[in-house]
Write a protein that binds this ligand. Structure first.
Ligand code: GLY
Ligand code: MN
Ligand code: MN
Length: 464
């Protein structure tokens, strides 16, 4: 929540002549990546940039939800990946060959809010440029109101400028960030003959983020483990008439109880016919005995999102038809996971899974030809995963050690589909997060049972 309106209404102005807080102002969460990790990434980015290249990255703005209430702030993923800096209104310039600021050649400049006693009284500490520079190891950090002057001092001499997030426009009243973006756009227009603006990152930032480094693997592992554990807990506590939002709340409780700060994306909890809506987020129905429940939910741990789906019978026992579809999707998923081999194309798991699903639906009499599969399986099997649940890709998406991707085949048979109605309202997706290694695929979310037998066994265990 923004502090200014509350300040006015409550008439607390006179109490607000706060002093700037002194040390200790900041504690590094021990499990977060340490500043040298981000330093090394900025260095690596510079090494991948063309001569004279400059990268300008903005974080996200704070976004109004209603009146003076904001959505929870989340930094832009590219910015977070390079800086580890979690305050809004910030930007960073990374310069391959350096730029001159205050007469000194520097290779990176962080722009952030100045300290502000009033703001800090309401919403907590700010680093301010000096402390950001010393505590987080940026070569230079300055106030964000200097962004325009610093940028205007850069004369592009070799045409490569990479800009990844200026299309994230600020919400209302977000002056610091919008001023920087406006300044950037004006500077780019003035210098348009001398530079090439590009948001193509396939060979630089995309290539870096596509292959996870050891710190990212560590954090992703945690996000996946917590997410899988929460799925187990929710399956165990599910009752035949649970509401979708109750299951969603339990899931979120599990994420936070085990250490995730946020959900990685809005929970998808679809019972009965809602299991056939790919991204059903309303979560408002009460399940009925005999329904399937599809839960596509995962936590975000220190910025890294898992992505896990399980589909289970609300009463603990799959019907014959539910089991037939479930086992088919499982078979496709298992083959897709095994196909996540170093050297294979990114699309191989999808091809493998789709073939099994097509053949299986023909065998069950639901379709006649493989060409009809798209009616019941209308999405891809895999996407890259990391800081974003649908993570940045690179120009060469060949699987290799360090790549993380989902394998998530599904079958969704809506009411009214052109098949025997005994299949209607069955929606099944099974989704896990796979790390490609030299020794083969590693399922990071394996702790949540996947076979129909294991799911039933888990759900039966709650009754004891
Ligand atoms: N949870 C979104 C997806 O599976 O892609
Ligand atoms: Mn997914
Ligand atoms: Mn998902």
């Amino acid at each position: 929540m923004r502090f200014s309106l509350g300040l006015f209404i409550l008439g607390f102005g006179s109490f607000c002549q706060a002093q700037l807080s002194q040390e200790p102002f900041w504690t590094w969460v021990p499990d977060k990546s340490a500043p040298p990790v981000f330093q090394a990434r900025r260095e690596r980015l510079r090494s991948l940039m063309p001569a004279g290249g400059i990268g300008v990255f903005f974080t996200n703005p704070e976004q109004a939800r209603n009146n003076d209430v904001d959505f929870a702030f989340r930094p832009d993923s590219n910015f977070l990946y390079l800086t580890g800096f979690e305050e809004p209104d910030s930007a960073v310039i990374v310069a391959k060959d350096g730029i001159t600021v205050d007469g000194k050649l520097v290779h990176e400049v962080l722009f952030c809010n100045n300290r502000d006693a009033g703001a800090e009284t309401w919403t907590g500490y700010r680093f301010g440029p000096d402390r950001a520079q010393s505590a987080m190891g940026y070569e230079l950090a300055v106030a964000n109101d200097r962004f325009k002057a610093v940028l205007d001092g850069i004369t592009p001499f070799s045409p490569r400028l990479q800009v990844l997030s200026p299309d994230t426009l600020p919400g209302r009243n977000r002056y610091a960030l919008s001023n920087m973006i406006t300044a950037f756009q004006a500077w780019a227009a003035t210098n348009k003959d001398k530079l090439e603006l590009t948001s193509r990152t396939g060979k630089t930032l995309g290539a870096m983020r596509f292959v996870k480094d050891s710190e990212e693997i560590r954090l992703m592992k945690k996000a996946c483990e917590i997410s899988a554990l929460s799925h187990v807990e929710v399956m165990k506590s599910c009752k035949p008439t649970s509401t979708e939002f109750e299951l969603s709340a339990l899931m979120e409780y599990g994420f936070k109880k085990h250490g995730c700060e946020y959900i990685g994306y809005p929970n998808i909890v679809g019972s009965g016919g809602n299991s056939c809506v790919l991204h059903y987020e309303k979560n408002e129905r009460t399940a009925k005995n005999g329904d399937l429940v599809l839960m596509d939910c995962a936590g975000e741990y220190h910025g890294y999102s898992s992505d896990v789906t399980r589909t289970f019978p609300v009463n603990g026992k799959y019907t014959t038809e539910q089991r037939a579809i479930y086992d088919l999707v499982y078979e496709a998923q298992e083959a897709g996971i095994q196909a996540c081999k170093s050297g294979s194309s990114f699309n191989t798991p999808h091809q493998v899974a789709a073939k099994i699903l097509g053949d299986g639906l023909i065998k069950l009499g639901i379709i006649k030809t493989a060409g009809e599969l798209g009616r019941y399986f209308m999405h891809g099997t895999s996407h890259s995963i990391g800081l974003d649940v649908h993570d940045l890709m690179t120009s060469d998406s060949t699987l290799r050690p360090g790549v993380m991707l989902t394998v998530e085949p599904g079958i969704y048979i809506k009411e009214g589909s052109p098949c025997d109605k005994k299949w209607w309202n069955i929606g099944v997706r099974i989704e896990d997060d796979i790390l490609v290694t030299e020794k083969g695929p590693v399922n990071m979310s394996v702790a949540a049972p996947r076979t129909s037998k294991d799911v039933e066994k888990l759900m039966a265990s709650k009754k004891k």
